[in-house]
Write a protein of this length. Structure first.
Length: 296
C-alpha cells in the first residue's frame, strides 16, 4: 500500500490527513509531513487509515507552535509518494498564494473542496483541544461552487493545491490545512486557515520529495488570476510551439500552439510566458517567451 497526500492518519489520540512526502538530507528517510497538533499526540506511532491498524511509522520531529503548525513522521513500513488522493495529480513543486487565488484540497473528512484565498498573510486564533493558539498562514473562504463545509475535523494536514482558476488542480502544493478560526476571533467560522507549505518546509528543514530528485524543480509563478490586462502576443515560429503545464522543458505537454496563433501573456519569468488562450486571465499553460512576438 502506498501512503499518499490526502489519506487519513491516526496517531493513537488524534486523527488527520497526510500533507505530502518530503525529503531531508538523509536520502534513506521516508518522511511524511502533516500538522504538529495531530502528530504531537502520536504515541511513537503513525497509522495510515488505508493500511488498517498496523503502525506504519513514528514521529520524527514536531515544530513549535505558534506561529506554524507542522510536524514530520518517519515511515517504517510501506512506501509513500506525492500523488494526491481523490485528485490524481502528483505534486511537483511548492508555490505561494496571493489574494483571490483559487485553491483545492483533499482531506479525509470532507474530501475535495474548493476555496478562495481571502488573505495571503494573516495570523488567526485557532481552537485546539488544549486551548486557543494563534497560527500564521493564509485564510481561505469557500468557493461559490463548493457545497457543504470547506473543512471539518480530520482534515487537519490536508494539502491545499493551486488550481488553474477553473477548479482543476495543478501539481503545486500551496498550504497545509490547520483548522477553523476560533469562535469570537472575528474571523468567519466557515473559513479555513492553512500554513504556507514553503514556510513549513523551511521550518522543518525539508523539501518536497520528487522521484527525479536530481532534476531541477520547476519554478512556479502561478499564484492568482492576473489583475493587469494580459498582453496579446503571436506565436512567431514556423512550427507549432509547445504549451506546457509548468515552466520547464521537461513538464507535461498540454497542446501545440499554431504559428501566428494569438495568445495572452499574463506574466513572464526566467524565459517562460504564463499564457491565457482566450484572454480571460485564466492560466492555460506556459510557453517559451522567445517564441512569441507582439502583433504587427
Amino acid at each position: 500500500m502506498v501512503i499518499r497526500p490526502g489519506t487519513g492518519i491516526s496517531t493513537g489520540g488524534g486523527s488527520g490527513t497526510v500533507t505530502a512526502r518530503v525529503a531531508s538530507d538523509d536520502p534513506t528517510d521516508v518522511l511524511l509531513m502533516s500538522v504538529g497538533h495531530v502528530l504531537v499526540v502520536a504515541k511513537a506511532k503513525v497509522v495510515c487509515a488505508e493500511q488498517g491498524a498496523q503502525p506504519c511509522g513514528k514521529v520524527a520531529l514536531v515544530a513549535g507552535n505558534p506561529p506554524l503548525d507542522a510536524g514530520l513522521a518517519r515511515i517504517t513500513t510501506g512506501t509513500a509518494d506525492n500523488q494526491v488522493a481523490r485528485l490524481g495529480v502528483t505534486m511537483q513543486a511548492v508555490a505561494r498564494v496571493t489574494k483571490d487565488a483559487q485553491v483545492i484540497k483533499s482531506g479525509t473528512a470532507t474530501g475535495v473542496t474548493l476555496g478562495i484565498v481571502v488573505d495571503p498573510d494573516v495570523a488567526v486564533p485557532i481552537q485546539y483541544d488544549t486551548g486557543v493558539k494563534t497560527v500564521r498562514g493564509f485564510l481561505i473562504k469557500p468557493d461559490p461552487s463548493t457545497s457543504g463545509p470547506l473543512i471539518d475535523h480530520g482534515d487537519s494536514g490536508a494539502p491545499w493545491l493551486l488550481t488553474d482558476g477553473r477548479g482543476k488542480a495543478l501539481p503545486l502544493l500551496a498550504g497545509v490545512n490547520v483548522g477553523f478560526p476560533a469562535q469570537g476571533s472575528g474571523f468567519p467560522q466557515d473559513c479555513a486557515l492553512a500554513c504556507h507549505a514553503e514556510d513549513v518546509m523551511k521550518a522543518l528543514g525539508v523539501t518536497l520529495w520528487r522521484p527525479d530528485a536530481l532534476a531541477p524543480a520547476p519554478v512556479p509563478f502561478i499564484a492568482a488570476p492576473a489583475h493587469a490586462p494580459p498582453a496579446p502576443m503571436l506565436v512567431a515560429t514556423r512550427e507549432a510551439a509547445i504549451l506546457r503545464g509548468l515552466p520547464s522543458q521537461t513538464a507535461n505537454r498540454l497542446d501545440g500552439l499554431a504559428p501566428g496563433q494569438l495568445v495572452h501573456v499574463l506574466a513572464t519569468r526566467d524565459g517562460w510566458a504564463q499564457v491565457s488562450l482566450k484572454g480571460d486571465n485564466l492560466i492555460d499553460g506556459f510557453v517559451w517567451a522567445d517564441l512569441l512576438r507582439p502583433p504587427g
